[in-house]
Ligand binder design. Structure first.
Ligand SMILES: *[C@@H]1O[C@H](CO)[C@@H](O)[C@H](O)[C@H]1NC(C)=O
Ligand SMILES: *[C@@H]1O[C@H](CO)[C@@H](O)[C@H](O)[C@H]1NC(C)=O
Ligand SMILES: *[C@@H]1O[C@H](CO)[C@@H](O)[C@H](O)[C@H]1NC(C)=O
Length: 441
C-alpha cells in the first residue's frame, strides 16, 4: 500500500516517467528490483551533483536534465562553440549537444573497477561452450577453425597470448596515467609529471622518442588496435626498455604469432576482454581507460580531449586523420570525470593539483550505482553480496587464490571482500552478468 501511495505521489509530482518507474517497480514486485525512496533519492542526488560538477569543471559545458527522468542527461556546449569536425559520410558538422544515460554509465563503469579485462584460459574453459562459441572469434580467420573443432589447433593459435589466470588484479596499481594521442599534448610539457605515475598506458603507434618533454618516457602498457598489432615488430621499438606489456583489442593474427616467436618479441602480449559500452565507446582510447580502471586505484588522462577554441583534431606525431568526434569525446570524458572515474589533464587544465570540484561523493556514487542496477534490471541488482553480479560461478579444480603477497593493501582488501573471485565481463549477456571464478575449497 505504501508503495502505491508513493507511486501516485511520484506520478503527480514528476510526471509520466516517474509513473513508468512506478509501473516497472510494481511489475517487479516479486523480484528484488523495486526502487525504494532511497534509490530514487540516490539517483536524484547523483544528477544534482553531476550537474554542478559539469558546470564547475566542464569549461563551458552544461548538463541539462528533463525534469522527471532520473537517468538521461544532455551535455550542451556553449552556442558559440565552432565545431570543426565533419562526418566524412554525411559531410555534416558535429553537433553541440550530446545525450548520455547516467544510470547506464555508473552501473557499467563501476563494474569495470572490479573486473578482469585480460582474456585467460581459465575464462574460456569456464564459459559454457567457451571454445566452440567464443575462442575462435578471437583468432583472425577463426571461422576457418570450425568453432575450434580441433581444440589443439585453436589453443596453438591462442597460446602465445593466453595466460592461464589473470596477470593483474583490481587495484593492483595506485596512480595510473592514460596517454591519448591528441595534438594538444604539444602545448604543455607534461613529460616529467607523466613519468611520476606508477603506471603509464599508451596507445597504438604513439612514439616516445623525440617527444619525451611532452609525453614522458615511462611506458608500462600499450593498447593496440588491429592495424598496430599487425606491426608488432615496429611497436616494440617505440619503448626502449622493451618491457611494455602489449594488449591487443581485437584478434590474434598468424602474423603476430610468427613475430612473437621469430623476431622474437619478449614483451608480454595479451588479448583484452572488455565490456561493451555501445557505439559511444569503441575506440582504443576508451578501451585503454577501461583497462586502467580495472587495475588502478586512480586514473588520470592526458591528450584525450579538445579544449574550447580547438582548431582541429590532430595527433601529436602526425597529420590529422578522420574518424574522430572530438566534441562528443570531450562530453563523454567530462561525464566520466564527473562520475569520479578519471581526472582530465589538458592545456587549459594543466595544473596537476587541480581539484575536480563537486564530484558526487563515493557514497552517492555507490547508492546511485545500486539504484541503477535495479532500474536497468542488472543481474543480482539489490543484493548486498559482493558477488551479486556473477551470473556464472565456477570453481575450477585446483584453482589457487591469486597470489596477493607483495600487493598493495587495497588490492589485498579487495580480494578478501570478493573471496578471491575473479570477475570477467560477459559481453553479450542479458543483464550484464559476470563470469566469476572462485578458488577451490
Ligand atoms: C588438430 O591440430 C593439431 C595441431 O595442428 C594436429 O596435429 C592434429 O592432427 C589435428 N587433429 C585433427 C583430428 O585434425
Ligand atoms: C626522432 O628524430 C630523429 C631525428 O630527426 C629521427 O631520425 C627519428 O626517426 C625520430 N624518432 C621517432 C620515433 O620519431
Ligand atoms: C567492487 O568491490 C568493492 C570491494 O572492493 C565492493 O565494495 C563494491 O561493491 C564492488 N562493486 C561492484 C559494482 O560490484
Amino acid at each position: 500500500m505504501r508503495l502505491l501511495q508513493l507511486g501516485f505521489f511520484l506520478a503527480l509530482a514528476s510526471g509520466l516517467s516517474a509513473l513508468l518507474i512506478y509501473i516497472a517497480g510494481v511489475s517487479d514486485l516479486y523480484t528484488t528490483t523495486k526502487l525504494s525512496d532511497q534509490d530514487l533519492e540516490a539517483l536524484q542526488s547523483l544528477q544534482n551533483g553531476f550537474k554542478k560538477c559539469v558546470s564547475k569543471n566542464g569549461l563551458g559545458l552544461q548538463a541539462v536534465t528533463k525534469g522527471s527522468d532520473y537517468c538521461q542527461v544532455t551535455l550542451n556546449f556553449p552556442t558559440d562553440t565552432v565545431p570543426k569536425w565533419k562526418d566524412p559520410k554525411t559531410g555534416q558538422l558535429e553537433g553541440l549537444s550530446f545525450e548520455f544515460n547516467l544510470c547506464e554509465a555508473v552501473a557499467t563503469w563501476e563494474q569495470v573497477r572490479n573486473s578482469t579485462t585480460i582474456l585467460t584460459r581459465e575464462f574460456i574453459d569456464a564459459l559454457p561452450n567457451g571454445w566452440e562459441d567464443y575462442a575462435w572469434r578471437r583468432i583472425n580467420k577463426g571461422v576457418l577453425l570450425n568453432r575450434c573443432e580441433n581444440k589443439t589447433l585453436c589453443l596453438e593459435k591462442l597460446s602465445l597470448v593466453l595466460p592461464k589466470t589473470p596477470p593483474y588484479v583490481p587495484k593492483q596499481f595506485d596512480r595510473c596515467a592514460v596517454i591519448g594521442n591528441s595534438g594538444d599534448l604539444l602545448q604543455t610539457k607534461f613529460g616529467k609529471e607523466i613519468d611520476d605515475y606508477d603506471v603509464v598506458i599508451r596507445e597504438n603507434g604513439a612514439p616516445i622518442e623525440n617527444y619525451t618533454e611532452f609525453v614522458g618516457k615511462k611506458s608500462s602498457f600499450r593498447l593496440l588496435n588491429r592495424g598496430s598489432a599487425k606491426a608488432l615488430d615496429k611497436v616494440i621499438e617505440l619503448d626502449e626498455t622493451r618491457k611494455e606489456v602489449l594488449i591487443i583489442k581485437t584478434t590474434i593474427h598468424d602474423i603476430m604469432n610468427k613475430m612473437i616467436q621469430e623476431v622474437p618479441i619478449n614483451n608480454p602480449v595479451y588479448l583484452m576482454l572488455g565490456a561493451s559500452f555501445g557505439s559511444a565507446a569503441k575506440g582504443t582510447g576508451l578501451k585503454a581507460l577501461e583497462f586502467a580502471l580495472s587495475i588502478c586505484e586512480s586514473v588520470d588522462m592526458y591528450g584525450f580531449t579538445v579544449d574550447p577554441g580547438y582548431k582541429e583534431w590532430t595527433r601529436y606525431f602526425s597529420e590529422s586523420r578522420q574518424g574522430h568526434t572530438p566534441l562528443h569525446g570531450r562530453a563523454y570524458y567530462q561525464m566520466m570525470e564527473c562520475l569520479g572515474l578519471v581526472k582530465i589533464h589538458s592545456p587549459m587544465r594543466a595544473d596537476l593539483s587541480r581539484v575536480v570540484h563537486s564530484v558526487p561523493s563515493h557514497s552517492t556514487i555507490t547508492a546511485a550505482r545500486i539504484a541503477s542496477e535495479k532500474l536497468l534490471r542488472r543481474v543480482g541488482a539489490g543484493s548486498e553480496d559482493p558477488l551479486h553480479a556473477c551470473s556464472i560461478r565456477k570453481k575450477p579444480a585446483k584453482r589457487e587464490p591469486a597470489d596477493v603477497s607483495g600487493l598493495r593493501k587495497a588490492a589485498v582488501d579487495h580480494q578478501k571482500i570478493v573471496r578471491g573471485a575473479t570477475m570477467y565481463p560477459l559481453e553479450l549477456h542479458p543483464g550484464r552478468g559476470l563470469l566469476c571464478t572462485l578458488p577451490a575449497d
